[in-house]
Ligand binder design. Structure first.
Ligand SMILES: C[S@@+](CC[C@H](N)C(=O)[O-])C[C@H]1O[C@@H](n2cnc3c(N)ncnc32)[C@H](O)[C@@H]1O
Length: 268
């Protein structure tokens, strides 16, 4: 089954479709990090490598991008894009021990922070592998500014009569506030260079396309662990809510994304 899935062009296309929206804010993150020619860059949670290969183009053949991701299928897909100066390794952000200390100019986590159980350990590991003056950057959905999917989700929960479960759903959202992003940088030794929130508007072909995005990326909100019947009701209610945001370019989604940049100080 696994190898069949690996061979599926559909699956790759689906991953790439999800990555396209993340790619947009990923490029902004890379710009804020000031990544350029000849740099050595660590792409933590590289996924299928869409952003990693873009960064490899920026650093050129005198630079290097090292991608790390724990999901074998994603790593396999990313390796299809790998080049001499874009290497991809299977591994977790919490375990960067194989990488040399002070060996990278920059590191980034695009749409990855929400997946991590122990963010401090990850940022501490990144601090070790960066040279003094090296920069880390990450994006995260701003918990204090719910996006249009989240608002539709809340409405759908009420419309489907599943209100009681909504509380636990909200509590389970593993998102960050801008203040927490700033604390995460400073508590792990970085100087916070900038932490700010930007709004990104994406368009989706239809509501299934949009739901796919959320289920694949888990970046904003997830469908809770309901039984099948409840889930079906919620899905229908959610699709009706999301359909309200249809415009001339398709179903619109607004997200508020934190961009956080930190620098490893020259003296600690
Ligand atoms: C939403 S995707 C983002 C992928 C990519 N950074 C991008 O911009 O398209 C989140 C990625 O984080 C990875 N991830 C999850 N847990 C991780 C961990 N503990 N360490 C490193 N990456 C992790 C997932 O496998 C997935 O590829």
């Amino acid at each position: 089954m696994g190898s069949l899935l690996l061979d599926s062009p559909e699956l790759r296309a689906r991953y790439d479709r999800v990555s396209t929206r993340q790619f947009e804010h990923g490029k902004q993150l890379i710009q804020e990090l000031g990544i350029g020619h000849g740099q050595r860059v660590l792409d933590v949670g590289c996924g299928t490598g869409l952003l990693g290969v873009y960064v490899a183009g920026l650093v050129g053949t005198h630079g290097l991008v090292v991608g790390v991701d724990p999901v074998p299928l994603r790593v396999t897909l990313a390796r299809l894009r790998a080049q001499a100066h874009f290497q991809v390794h299977l591994g977790r952000a919490e375990e960067l021990d194989a990488l040399e200390s002070d060996s990278f100019d920059a590191a980034f986590l695009n749409s990855v922070i929400h997946c991590l159980d122990d963010r401090e350990t990850v940022l501490t590991g990144i601090y070790r592998v960066l040279r003094a003056g090296g920069k880390v950057g990450f994006t995260a959905i701003d918990r204090d500014r719910p996006g249009s999917f989240h608002l539709a989700h809340q409405q759908a929960i009420l419309a489907a009569g599943l209100r009681k479960r909504a509380k636990s759903l909200l509590a389970a959202r593993p998102l960050l506030s801008a203040a927490e992003a700033q604390d995460l940088l400073t508590s792990t030794g970085f100087r916070a260079v900038s932490v700010h929130t930007r709004t990104q508007v994406d368009h989706f072909y239809d509501t299934d396309d949009l739901l796919d995005f959320h289920l694949e990326s888990s970046f904003d909100a997830q469908l809770p662990d309901f039984d099948l019947n409840d889930e079906r009701r919620l899905r229908q209610a959610l699709k009706r809510e999301l359909e309200r945001n249809r415009g001339p370019k398709g179903v619109e989604q607004e997200r508020h994304i934190i961009f956080a940049i930190g620098e490893k100080p020259y003296t600690s």
